[in-house]
Design a protein around this ligand. Structure first.
Ligand code: PMP
Length: 456
């Protein structure tokens, strides 16, 4: 077996990591952490340290680690047929079965699913579908896409543009043209502290109306949003937000893309975030929970309304000119079928709902009166704690202090992985759905201890 220091050296010399400080890592100032195995909500590293993963990887290992029904399905598929493409009507039993399962679970007006590999590529597909749709309808100028500040929709050129976080734009020459950003539905961050939730919702809808009026509704094709803002801070919207936004979109004939990469397949305790908030999507983006990340697979779910138009659009030689080599990859599809069946069999969505309510209430009990805890919020098994310098004045800490990074580092010392969200002093929680009450208690105790250690 290779020595850890040997691996760390190879890592520094050869491995360009995602979302990592490049210079610090190359200098060896940030650790190389090699994860070896996982079971339930736990993972283990090469030193034998066992960690409770309260963020399910990147909120994706919904079924929990080490589920043999999923790994066996992957192995069986790999042995039988590791690959064939999905072009020109080809498929596998797994991909056709998974498509049927996805459409059965999706809201009633959804018609077809196009499979990709990642949330980012599924959102790229969605934007292309929106443009294709408006070209068929002979509306070539109706192409702009509205996203929200703090939205997260991926790291590609277009999807990185839709993402409303500075870190993903700065030095990359993004956002591209065709992308507009509007107000985040972030009640805790409202400018006017006296504004109540209903008034803030009305303010968000009015901001959207104003943007549409400025740009011209005939230039705007679609609005994209996550049911609950995820990477932008784990922020459930204020009451009535989605009804108000949907009313504006309908009025101006603007399509709604619901990005369900985090919320899809049960994270909020409902099949989709769209069910939780009564959304009527024209397109939905799915990834992560589709396979619980056992294999890369994503999807764009297309509504009946759009499908009827898209069908008319294939050109003279009959092909829809958009495809990935790995669309509907058989191994990902086999993982998806086994994952969704397992989640049903174990009743994991109901458990996510129950444990989500438990975890949120326990965090509120433990930290609700702490002078530096400003907000504790959540929906389903997705929640966050936000820190402030002064709770009454809602004065934020100097970002340079990286309070949330310190809290998360302290928690790690105590064997719990939470996530320091990239913008704001926010610690996020999104454990696997198989979480038990005693594991939730460990998360809460470690959070409380870490907050005390960092903030007193
Ligand atoms: N949409 C949302 C809501 C996401 O949270 C993410 C990933 N965190 C993506 C899209 C992009 O997915 P991927 O990283 O698989 O490209």
């Amino acid at each position: 077996m290779l020595r850890n220091d040997q691996l760390a050296e190879w890592d520094r010399e050869n491995f360009f990591h995602a979302s990592t400080h490049l210079a610090q890592h190359a200098r060896g100032e940030t650790p190389t952490r090699i994860i070896t195995t996982g079971s339930g909500v736990y993972i283990e590293d090469r030193d034998g340290t066992r960690l409770l993963d309260a963020f399910a990887g990147l909120y994706c290992v919904n079924a929990g680690y080490g589920q043999s029904e999923i790994t066996d399905a992957i192995a069986d598929q790999a042995r039988e047929l590791a690959y064939y493409h999905a072009y020109a009507g080809h498929g596998t039993e797994a991909s056709v079965t998974l498509a049927k399962m996805v459409i059965e679970r999706a809201p009633a007006n959804m018609s077809k699913v196009y499979f990709g590999l990642s949330g980012s590529d599924a959102n790229e597909t969605n934007i292309k579908l929106v443009w294709y749709y408006n070209n068929i309808l002979n509306r070539p100028q109706k192409k702009k896409i509205i996203s929200r500040w703090r939205g997260y929709h991926g790291s590609g050129l277009m999807t990185g543009s839709l993402t409303g976080l500075d870190l993903f734009h700065k030095k990359f020459d993004l956002p591209l043209s065709h992308v507009l950003h509007t107000q985040a539905p972030y009640y805790y961050h409202r400018a006017d502290l006296d504004m109540d939730e209903a008034a803030f919702t009305a303010h968000c809808a009015a901001e959207l109306e104003a943007l549409i009026a400025r740009e011209g509704a005939d230039t705007i094709a679609a609005f994209i949003g996550e049911p609950v803002l995820g990477t932008g801070g784990i922020v459930p919207p204020p009451a009535g937000y989605w009804d108000a936004i949907q009313a504006v979109l309908r009025k101006h004939d603007i399509l709604l893309i619901v990005d369900e990469v985090v919320t899809g397949f049960g994270r909020l305790g409902t099949p989709f975030g769209s069910d939780y908030y009564g959304l009527e999507p024209d397109l939905m983006t799915i990834a992560k929970g589709l396979t619980s990340a056992y294999a890369p697979l994503s999807g764009s779910i297309v509504s009946d309304k759009m499908w009827k138009v898209l069908e008319q659009g294939t050109d003279e030689n009959g092909a829809f000119g958009h495809g990935w080599t790995y669309s509907a990859h058989p191994i990902g599809a086999a993982a998806g079928v086994a994952n969704l069946n397992l989640i049903d069999k174990l009743g994991l969505v109901a458990n996510a709902e129950k444990m989500g309510a438990y975890l949120l209430a326990a965090l509120q009990d433990a930290l609700g009166t702490h002078p530096h805890v400003g907000d504790i919020r959540g929906a389903g098994l997705l929640c966050a704690v936000e820190f402030v310098e002064d709770r009454d004045a809602r004065a934020f800490f100097d970002p340079a202090r990286k309070i949330n990074v310190q809290v998360v580092a302290q928690m790690l010392q105590n064997g719990i992985i939470a996530r320091a969200m990239p913008q704001g002093d926010i610690v996020g929680f999104a454990p696997p759905f198989c979480l038990t009450q005693s594991e939730a208690d460990k998360i809460v105790a470690a959070t409380k201890d870490a907050v005390q250690a960092v903030l007193g």
